[in-house]
Design a protein around this ligand. Structure first.
Ligand SMILES: Nc1ncnc2c1ncn2[C@@H]1O[C@H](COP(=O)(O)OP(=O)(O)OP(=O)(O)O)[C@@H](O)[C@H]1O
Length: 296
């Protein structure tokens, strides 16, 4: 659906994005992850046409993205809602600003408010809304024109736990019918609903995390022993090269190459070792992310 190819962006003579390349398929919910200042907002602004890039291409269904602005809904980090306007007035005002006609807006605003769970709040002024409600109003503005692609820049980072929960539930509903890109520097925010993650650091893509990545790493096994072995050396075998003690009876076993669970189990059985549980160790998204963005 969307392809970014060899994108370069310089701001005030400083290179902010370098050789950024990735693609996102229709229906995906993708997290754009990176530390503060990595270039996420700049990339999003290039994708929405707010900023011009000097090199590279961004296409939407194979044609330049600038031709598809109406297919994109965008929630920026800071919304421009006026505190004295009601929710309905705000959506009408910003809808008009983005070129939607009066009849369309009159026919759709209450449905969109319902969609984001603010149907009872149409006449509330923005200043009366909680942080989570304001953010849901921002999402209402972003989906008002029924976009095919929704881009949310840090949608929950600034919210309290209640607000985060409200917005997360809304995103989980929206992703069922819209392609979604969520930018964040907080993994927990996106890990609940994103199908995969693109990792950005210092303006470059440094990796991708998806389920396969987590599951295909089969070089580590987590084992719990019924009895504490006299020495961790006893857990080594032709398969197992390294043994890390995580607690007196829990060990992380590492193989020089891919481990085979049945062989490890057979080795332990031959040595009459008492195993309580044994499984492949799945690295968490956070561990993989930190490894990708660390400087060491
Ligand atoms: N208008 C600008 N003028 C100067 N520098 C800018 C401008 N916009 C962005 N930058 C710089 O570009 C870099 C990337 O900024 P950007 O906001 O894209 O990062 P980010 O990953 O979204 O960060 P955050 O998670 O903190 O929002 C930062 O070093 C920032 O200071």
């Amino acid at each position: 659906m969307i392809t970014v190819e060899k994108l370069h962006k310089t701001i005030k003579k400083r290179k902010i994005l370098s050789d950024v390349t990735f693609s996102i398929a229709e229906g995906e919910c993708v997290g754009l992850l990176g530390p503060n200042g990595a270039g996420k907002t700049t990339l999003i602004k290039c994708m929405t046409g707010i900023l011009q890039h000097e090199q590279g291409a961004i296409t939407f269904n194979s044609t330049p993205i600038v031709q598809h602005k109406k297919s994109i809904g965008y929630l920026s980090q800071q919304t421009d809602f006026k505190p004295w306007m009601t929710c309905e007035e705000s959506l009408f005002f910003f809808g008009k600003l983005s070129g939607l006609d009066k009849e369309f807006l009159q026919g759709n605003i209450s449905a969109v408010l319902k969609e984001v769970g603010l149907e009872e709040k149409g006449h509330y002024k923005v200043e009366q809304l909680s942080g989570g409600m304001k953010q849901r109003l921002g999402i209402a503005q972003a989906i008002l024109h029924q976009p095919l692609l929704l881009i949310l820049d840090e949608p929950v980072s600034a919210l309290d736990p209640i607000g985060r929960n409200e917005v997360k539930k809304l995103i989980a509903r929206l992703k069922k019918r819209t392609t979604v890109i969520i930018s964040t520097h907080i993994l927990d925010d996106a890990s609940e609903f994103c199908d995969r993650f693109i990792i950005i650091k210092n303006g470059r893509i440094v990796g991708n995390i998806n389920d396969d990545f987590q599951k295909t790493e089969r070089k580590q096994i987590l084992v719990k022993m019924g009895n504490v072995p006299k020495t961790s050396e006893a857990l080594k075998s032709s398969e197992v090269e390294g043994v890390e003690c995580l607690s007196p009876n829990t060990f992380l076993l590492t193989g020089a190459k891919e481990l085979h669970l049945n062989k490890v189990v057979n080795d332990f059985a031959a040595k009459e070792m008492d195993i309580t549980s044994i499984e492949f160790y799945e690295r968490g998204i956070e561990e993989i992310f930190l490894e990708m963005v660390s400087d060491t």
